[in-house]
Design a protein around this ligand. Structure first.
Ligand code: SAM
Length: 416
């Protein structure tokens, strides 16, 4: 059995009743707690009768997935929200979406061509708009840029709909709050409050759930007039780092969203890496090892000497005209990015039984690092890497959905 099939087996699809009870107890305690509090006794048994996990379809709230990409957001929300409409311009991403979700909800094409009256009314609108103009690695034109500026298309479509979605989430890189003194976030905030929403933002790092460093901003908006007791607080908390506190000071009608802190992560990097997969030739591994800095080399050598099974993920970089291989030694993969040129693909140095090997991170490993080890990746290696590098980590969006978005949607719509 390969490591990936082992990973897939951990997902309790079609589990027996007993396994389901253990599973629900371990993983869905927050969901049960939420149901008990928010939905009442009748629904607290929902996970026991569910075919997979979460609610049966007719108990789910509905969701629009803008900039849906390969569909990681739809996957993350699926236990609590059913995606009834999704849009993206990329044909490759559509193919991945269709391999994982009902394809008929997907509208392939530019969001610029979407008319609000053609979009079904829904409880939640999610917009993971492009990050290139907000990413520190890219041009930083912010919302004035052609790609990140598509945020305005998202709000245009929502405003054109016969009914504004009562809950909305905009997701992007941390540059949204940190660049240019926070002015891009202020723009987003003003736009959404101007539409009648109450708004606040949180930063969540995927590292808390999966062994990948991936900080993202989630701007959560809810229709004014909804009771927010228990879901908001008077001040900042663990999910409000300094950049968020800074922009909060610049914004009117800021909401400090309240989220429970996840328990410490149990999944280790070595759990998602297939140590049996084919690796590079010895000469290639030697060349890569030679690119390590004097600081990193002894760390790898020590792991080999001790016979440790370790994975050291890294990127090749050019520093002062020299190629280097910069690895992480903290058991966490660097942020997956969209591959443009060889340097964006993450490499692995693997030590096991005193031996050193190397290879690129495999496509299914990128999915596991996004918290979706069973996600189907039908395209080429690059397409898969692109889809995952662009995506939202599944357990992060699930956490937000479970603890904030679904309770908000229920309060808007009244109890089920
Ligand atoms: C950050 S990614 C979204 C990732 C996705 N939510 C997920 O979790 O997999 C941004 C997406 O915007 C899409 N996009 C770029 N320009 C677009 C346009 N004009 N209309 C619709 N989608 C567009 C890209 O193809 C990309 O999939």
């Amino acid at each position: 059995m390969t490591k990936n099939s082992r990973l897939r087996k951990r997902v309790p699809r079609g589990a027996s009743f007993c396994c389901l009870i253990v599973f629900v107890g371990q993983s869905y305690a927050p969901l049960l707690e939420y149901e008990t509090k928010e939905v009442g006794r009748a629904l607290s048994v929902a996970p026991f009768v569910s075919a997979a996990w979460g609610y049966e379809d007719d108990m789910k709230r509905t969701c629009l997935d803008f900039f849906a990409g390969s569909g990681l957001v739809s996957k993350a929300l699926s236990p609590l929200f059913r995606t009834i409409w999704a849009n993206d311009i990329s044909e490759e991403k559509y193919r991945t979406f269709a391999a994982n979700h009902p394809p008929e909800v997907f509208r392939l094409g530019s969001v610029e061509d979407v008319r609000g009256e053609d979009v079904p009314i829904a409880d939640l609108s999610w917009g993971s708009f492009p990050c290139q103009d907000l990413s520190l690695a890219g041009k930083t034109e912010g919302l004035a840029g052609a790609r990140s500026g598509l945020f305005r298309q998202w709000v245009r479509v929502m405003a054109e709909m016969p009914e504004l979605p009562p809950v909305a989430v905009a997701e992007n890189v941390v540059g949204l709050v940190s660049l240019d003194g926070g002015k891009h976030y202020v723009d987003v905030h003003k736009t959404l409050t101007g539409m009648g929403y109450r708004v606040g933002a949180v930063v969540l790092d995927a590292e808390r759930w999966v062994p990948q460093s991936r900080k993202r901003v989630f701007v959560v908006a809810v229709r004014s007039g909804v009771d927010l007791s228990g879901l908001s607080a008077d001040g900042p908390d663990w999910c409000h780092p300094s950049a968020i506190r800074h922009v909060a000071n610049l914004c009117e009608n800021w909401i400090w969203w309240k989220l429970p802190e996840p328990s410490p992560r149990r999944l280790r990097l070595e759990d998602v890496i297939d140590f049996d997969a084919p690796c590079d030739s010895e000469s290639k591994t030697e060349k890569l090892f030679a690119l390590l800095s004097p600081r990193h080399r002894p760390i790898v050598e020590t792991a080999m000497r001790k016979g440790e099974r370790r994975a050291f993920p890294g990127y090749r970089r050019t520093r002062e005209h020299h190629q280097m291989l910069e690895i992480r030694e903290d058991g966490i993969a660097g942020c997956l990015r969209t591959p443009r040129g060889g340097s964006s693909r993450q490499l692995l140095l693997l030590t096991d039984h005193g031996k050193l090997r190397s290879r690129l991170l495999m496509a299914q490993e990128t999915a596991a690092l996004m918290g979706a080890p069973d996600f189907r990746l039908p395209g080429t290696y690059n397409e898969a890497y692109m889809a995952m590098g662009d995506g939202v980590a599944v357990p992060v969006a699930s956490w937000l959905a479970r603890h904030l978005l679904r309770p908000l949607a229920d309060r808007v719509g009244g109890l089920l």
